[in-house]
Design a binder for this molecule. Sequence first.
Ligand SMILES: [Zn+2]
Length: 148
Amino acid sequence: MNDAKTCQHTTELLSGYLDGELTQQQSQLVTAHIQQCQACGSSYRELQQLQSTVQQAHYPGMEEQAIQKLLSDPASTTLQTISWLAIVTSLTIAVVFVVYQFLLDSIMPWYEKLFVSLFWGGGIGLFLCVLRQRLIARKTDKYRKVNL
Ligand SMILES: [Zn+2]
């Protein structure tokens, strides 16, 4: 069955053949044909060469992907989350403790208490703001990754 129809059929399958996407039967058909048909054999080799050139051009991108994968692997993401939780928890405990001590302090006059409260309240507010922005930025990064 070495006619024009077989050649056309083989040509259509070549790309899938190179990508390993064909069924075993189709793949065997292509293998047999490109061995006996010179025209299809040479277009197979051309396509193969073209594909390896394209793959080489894509290599840096693939390496970048591997780095991204390494950075976002579950172990380091979990560790990062735990570290963040630890920092936030320790800060919360410290703040509660300091505020508790501060409110119990009866020597300090009320206006001084008010001043210190406002100062620290503002500082903590700013910190929470930055923390929130960081968390939103992390979420956006994840979305960007999915889009790629
Ligand atoms: Zn052929």
